[in-house]
Design a protein around this ligand. Structure first.
Ligand SMILES: Cc1cc2nc3c(=O)[nH]c(=O)nc-3n(C[C@H](O)[C@H](O)[C@H](O)COP(=O)(O)OP(=O)(O)OC[C@H]3O[C@@H](n4cnc5c(N)ncnc54)[C@H](O)[C@@H]3O)c2cc1C
Length: 400
């Protein structure tokens, strides 16, 4: 065996081995594309995917995103049958609670979600309390509940996509970085690699999360993505909680889900003062202020859990666009695609995102009437036509 610099060809090169790139590669292979290569600079799932809280809910205000989450849910849930490996999915249900000022938005969003077939209903305080007996709910004015939602595991899901893609012939090369994108005239021609090699390809999908901006910039393509640090707490509740659903608390702006059988994972939903960070050099734990802020919100919501203790903390980075929604789009260069900027909510929609990206590469259009690719155009930022929920939640930013 000899080692050397390779010059290869592929039908499609996908840059990035997170859930987005791997789901795209799988969908391409399922559509019959034979020579797909995924290039990952580190290891599969080592980016935002490996830090994901994995919450799976269909509670969006944008119809395309709600439909994507709903199409994705059975794939994540039934991954052992569909992908051949588990996505670590737990069907706990999802409870979202809002204050008085957001009751109108809740009703409008739930009506839209039901119109695309999502199993969700408005429930009252009594029903919510039965679902979360230990939570204080008196400052919520209304709730919606999705019984089929829950949470999965980002890393397991990436591995499941990778396994299914490999079984259809996709090559996944890890520890190899794309150095630059090759273009000729008005179209993409392939990529150059960190080892000096090249791969020539007529189609290239940039699915490199927060690092996508650096690949596109040299071509004059402005991709407005920033890294927003997101601290996560793992909490020992100090007592048995039973089978509780994921809780989106849109009054205190936090989310809480079980982590295994005995711990809680607690995340922040307040994006009013983002901590913009360097995605390659950020503080990988919660600082004292973050701990105090999170503890105050937790104690307010769970006053009965006096024995709760923070067991550990870590942080990840969201790849945030100006409207907190992804870019799934062509570019000014024919054959060059962007699938990035999932802004902290790309796990739950990743199966449908891969399908949409593959459909755009192969047919130039969405195969799903409820998922409008115009929503995710790269040009929307320059055109000042941001993708915003028609019924946003006051105080909760644009992530729903
Ligand atoms: C703390 C946290 C909590 C989250 N919680 C949720 C949640 O509850 N629910 C939800 O739906 N979503 C959640 N998300 C968001 C979700 O995890 C992400 O949107 C999703 O995982 C992004 O996947 P990706 O494949 O687009 O990007 P990434 O996973 O970041 O993958 C991009 C990959 O590209 C590789 N790469 C970069 N540059 C190059 C290069 N030049 N050459 C080759 N490879 C390259 C990177 O190494 C990386 O592996 C959360 C994210 C974080 C950080």
């Amino acid at each position: 065996m000899t080692a050397g610099i390779s010059n290869e060809i592929a039908d499609v090169v996908v840059i990035g081995g997170g859930v987005t790139g791997l789901s795209t590669a799988l969908a391409l292979a399922q559509s019959g594309v034979r020579n797909v290569v995924v290039l990952e600079r580190s290891a599969v799932g080592s980016g935002g995917t490996g830090k994901s809280s994995g919450v799976v809910r269909c509670h969006y205000g944008v119809k395309s995103l709600a439909a994507m989450a709903w199409r994705s849910l059975p794939i994540l849930r039934d991954a052992p049958d569909i992908l051949g490996e588990s996505a670590g999915f737990h069907e706990t249900g999802y409870l979202v609670g809002v204050g008085e000022n957001n009751l109108g938005a809740l009703a409008a969003n739930v009506a839209m979600q039901q119109s695309v077939g999502i199993d969700v209903e408005i429930i009252d305080h009594h029903q919510a309390q039965e679902l979360w007996p230990k939570a204080r709910l008196d400052d919520f004015a209304g709730f919606a509940y999705e019984p089929r939602a829950g949470y999965g595991d980002g890393h397991q899901t990436a591995m499941a996509f990778a396994g299914a893609a490999r079984s259809l012939g996709v090559r996944i090369r890890q520890q190899i970085s794309v150095a630059s994108l090759l273009v000729e005239g008005g179209r993409v021609a392939g990529v150059t690699l960190s080892d000096g090699g090249t791969i020539n390809a007529p189609e290239v999908v940039v699915a490199s999360g927060v690092w996508s901006k650096a690949l596109l910039g040299p071509l004059g393509i402005e991709l407005a993505i920033r890294a927003q640090r997101a601290p996560i707490l793992l909490v020992e509740p100090g007592e048995e909680l039973g089978a509780v659903p994921v809780l989106s608390d849109l009054v205190s702006l936090q989310y809480v889900r079980m982590e295994g059988t005995a711990s809680l994972l607690v995340g922040n939903s307040d994006h009013s003062d983002p901590d913009w960070a360097d995605p390659d050099d950020y503080m990988n734990h919660a600082d004292d202020d973050e701990l105090l802020g999170a503890a105050a919100k937790f104690e307010h919501r769970f006053p009965g859990l006096g024995g709760a203790k923070v067991a550990s903390t870590y942080a990840g980075c969201y790849d945030v666009t100006p409207d907190y929604n992804p870019v799934i789009s062509g570019t000014p260069y024919e054959g060059l695609w962007v699938c990035a900027g999932f802004s902290g909510h790309g796990y739950k929609i990743s199966p449908a995102v891969g399908r949409l990206m593959a459909d755009l590469v192969l047919d130039g259009k969405s195969g799903d009437p409820d998922i409008d690719p115009e929503d995710f155009r790269l040009e929307r930022f320059a055109d000042n036509r941001l993708l915003l929920s028609p019924h946003p939640y006051v105080g909760a930013g644009s992530m729903r």
